[in-house]
Design a protein around this ligand. Structure first.
Ligand SMILES: [Zn+2]
Length: 316
C-alpha cells in the first residue's frame, strides 16, 4: 500500500484532527468522522480521487500494485483501511469483494461510480456464446446485458466521476469545497484534451477492429472502433478452441495486424492467437492497475501509450 508514504503531507491536518477531537473520534468502531483518507477499489478511481482531493485527503488503493483487481480479496488491513476511511470510491460489478464491503461498511461514505457515470451495456456476441452454460457462481463470470464497468477508458466519463467525487468530498469537508470543484474542473480539462487526441488520432484508421485479451475496452467503441476479446469479462480465463477459431476468422476478415495482451495477466492467450493467425502482439493497458513496469506512469500517460499502440496496429 502507498499509505505510509502518502501519509506524510497530511501530517499537519491529521495532528489537528487528533488534537481537536481526541478520544471521541479515535474509536475506530464509531465510524469515520474526521477521517483523512479516501479508499478506491482500483487504480483509475484512485487517480480521480487523488486529482480531486489534492492534499485534503490521503487516497489509498485497495488493489495492490501489480494486482489484478477483478479477483481482489480483501485482507484484514484493507478491511480496516476501509472502515476507517471517510469515503470509498468503487464501481459496482467489477470487484465482487468490494461490492460486498460497500454494503457492509458503516460510518464510511460510499460512492459507486456506476450511479454517477453513464455506463454502457456489454455488447459482445462472442463472449455471450462463450459464457453460455457457465456456472453462475463463477466469481469471474457475469451476465451479459449488464453494464460495462470499465468506463475509465472513456476520458469524458472519467471527468463525470471527477465532478461526482468533488461533490461528495465537499459534503464531507465543506471548507475545501471550492478547491475540490476547482481541481475537478482542471481534471476535466485534461480529460477533454485527451478525448480530443483520441477522436483526432483514431479518425483515419484503415482498420477499425481491435482484438484484446478481455472485455475491458468497450468504451473505445465511442471512437468508432469495433472491439472483440479473447476471454470475455474475465482477464485470466482460458479461451475455448471455438472462441479462438472465431477470432482467427475475424482477424483474417478484417486484416487486423495485432492482437493485444494486457499488463496485469499473462499474455499467453494473446500470443497463442497471434501466432496461429500470423499477426503481431502488443500491449494495450486496461489501466486497471499499475505494475512495476508502469510505476512511473499515470492514467493520462497510459491512455496516450494506448492511443499510440492503437494507431500503429490499426494504421491510423
Ligand atoms: Zn476488466
Amino acid at each position: 500500500m502507498t499509505s505510509r508514504r502518502a501519509l506524510l503531507p497530511a501530517t499537519a491536518a491529521l495532528a489537528l484532527a487528533l488534537s481537536g477531537c481526541g478520544a471521541l473520534t479515535s474509536d475506530s468502531t464509531s465510524g469515520s468522522e474526521g477521517s483523512e483518507t479516501v479508499v478506491a477499489g482500483l487504480y483509475p478511481l484512485q487517480y480521480v480521487a487523488q486529482r480531486v482531493a489534492g492534499d485534503a485527503f490521503e487516497v489509498e488503493n485497495l488493489t495492490q500494485p501489480g494486482g489484478e483487481p477483478h479477483d481482489l480479496e480483501l485482507g484484514i488491513g484493507q478491511t480496516a483501511a476501509l472502515s476507517d476511511a471517510a469515503l470509498l470510491v468503487y464501481v459496482d460489478s467489477l470487484q465482487p469483494a468490494v461490492d460486498e464491503a460497500a454494503e457492509e461498511v458503516s460510518g464510511t461514505e460510499v460512492l459507486d461510480a456506476a450511479t454517477v457515470v453513464d455506463l454502457i451495456p456489454f455488447e459482445d456476441e462472442h463472449s455471450d456464446e462463450e459464457h453460455e452454460g457457465e456456472d453462475e457462481d463463477d466469481h469471474s463470470g457475469h451476465d451479459h446485458g449488464e453494464l460495462d464497468p470499465h468506463f475509465w477508458l472513456d476520458p469524458l466519463r472519467m471527468a463525470d466521476l471527477g465532478d461526482a467525487v468533488a461533490e461528495r468530498l465537499a459534503e464531507i469537508d465543506p471548507d475545501e469545497a471550492d478547491s475540490f470543484e476547482e481541481r475537478a474542473a482542471e481534471l476535466r480539462s485534461d480529460l477533454e484534451t485527451l478525448d480530443g487526441e483520441y477522436t483526432e488520432g483514431l479518425a483515419g484508421c484503415e482498420i477499425r477492429t481491435v482484438v484484446t485479451n478481455h472485455d475491458a475496452f468497450g468504451y473505445l467503441e465511442g471512437y468508432d472502433l469495433e472491439l472483440a476479446s479473447i476471454n470475455g469479462f474475465s482477464p485470466d480465463a482460458e479461451p475455448t478452441p471455438a472462441a479462438l477459431a472465431e477470432l482467427q476468422d475475424l482477424i483474417e476478415d478484417t486484416g487486423i495486424t495485432t492482437v493485444f495482451s494486457e499488463s496485469l495477466v499473462s499474455p499467453q492467450a494473446a500470443e497463442v492467437l497471434a501466432a496461429d493467425a500470423g499477426v503481431d502482439t502488443a500491449v494495450l493497458d486496461t489501466i486497471e492497475g499499475l505494475t512495476d513496469d508502469t510505476a512511473d506512469e499515470d492514467y493520462l500517460s497510459l491512455m496516450r501509450s494506448n492511443l499510440a499502440a492503437l494507431q500503429e496496429a490499426n494504421r491510423c
